[in-house]
Design a protein around this ligand. Structure first.
Ligand code: KIV
Ligand code: NA
Length: 269
């Protein structure tokens, strides 16, 4: 049995080889990605990617726990991190602890991720002191879509850059071992990486970050919806699935499938 990458292993990677992270929501995807990744992130992006929701806001704790448990079952090596969904942690440090503890206990994951900056520092501190490793998430924070008015890149003004740098500092000083920096102008991601002790994980950020994450369905060409500028398509699996389904449909209609190799015969004699 291989030992899983631990949170301290990840925390020790500052200035070392970049940390490789992809999202996973299912056993099958976790199995395929596990050998190649340091961490698997069970992101609340599953609300849009798997459930067709308009935003991540309707995602529930039960959804995150079910998919988190599946990803832990499907992996043996990667450090598994599960997103705390909207409204499961913002109310108070106590609410956050209760729900984060359920996530770790019921999934077997090693850490939780939550969005926010200075306003979440007290909560991060509360969780970390009680044994729950926390990954932060600053910049473009999708759960704040209503307050931010959309999914535009952040940090275009000096004031916004100062705010986001302060947010990253605050969650890191509160004890977050790592912080996702999403959808910010490149120099800001670089500055955060150089000035914050936590491991920065970029998405739409900078190659200077201590690691990178992408939504697997986006980078594999599986998600038909809008894909942001920062996603590189490493495969077009959606096209492959479409042609496979078309071929199957044609063969069923022409009775070419099932063929002799797929049928049970009766024993002779
Ligand atoms: O939900 C998610 O997939 C995420 C990553 C994109 C960072 O939060
Ligand atoms: Na997320």
């Amino acid at each position: 049995q291989v030992k899983r990458v631990s949170v301290p292993d990840i925390a020790a990677r500052k200035g070392q080889e970049p940390v490789v992270i992809l999202t996973a929501y299912s056993v099958s995807m976790a199995r395929l990605l596990d050998p190649h990744c340091d961490c698997l992130l069970v992101g609340d992006s599953l609300g849009m990617v798997l459930y067709g929701l308009d935003s991540t806001l309707p995602v529930t704790l039960d959804m995150m726990i079910n998919h988190g448990a599946a990803v832990v079952r499907g992996s043996s090596r990667a450090c598994v991190i599960v997103d705390l969904p909207w409204a499961s942690y913002q109310e108070s440090p106590q609410q956050a602890f209760r729900n984060a503890a359920r996530v770790l206990a019921e999934t077997g994951a090693q850490a939780v991720k939550l969005e926010g900056g200075e306003e979440m520092a007290e909560t991060v501190d509360f969780l970390v002191r009680r044994g729950i490793p926390v990954m932060g998430h600053v910049g473009l924070t999708p759960q704040a879509v209503n307050a931010l008015g959309g999914y535009r890149a952040r940090g275009r003004s000096d004031a916004e850059q100062q705010k986001i740098l302060g947010d990253a500092r605050a969650v890191a000083e509160a004890g977050a071992f790592s912080v996702v920096v999403e959808g910010v102008v490149e120099p800001l991601a670089r500055t955060i990486t150089e000035n914050v002790p936590a491991i920065t994980i970029g998405i739409g950020a900078s190659p200077a970050c201590d690691g990178q994450v992408l939504v697997s369905d986006d980078m594999l060409g599986l998600f038909g919806g809008f894909t942001p500028k920062f996603v590189k398509r490493y495969a077009e699996l959606g096209d492959q699935i479409s042609s496979a389904a078309a071929e199957y449909a044609a063969e069923v209609r022409s009775r070419a499938f099932p063929g002799p190799a797929h049928l049970f015969g009766v024993k002779k004699g």
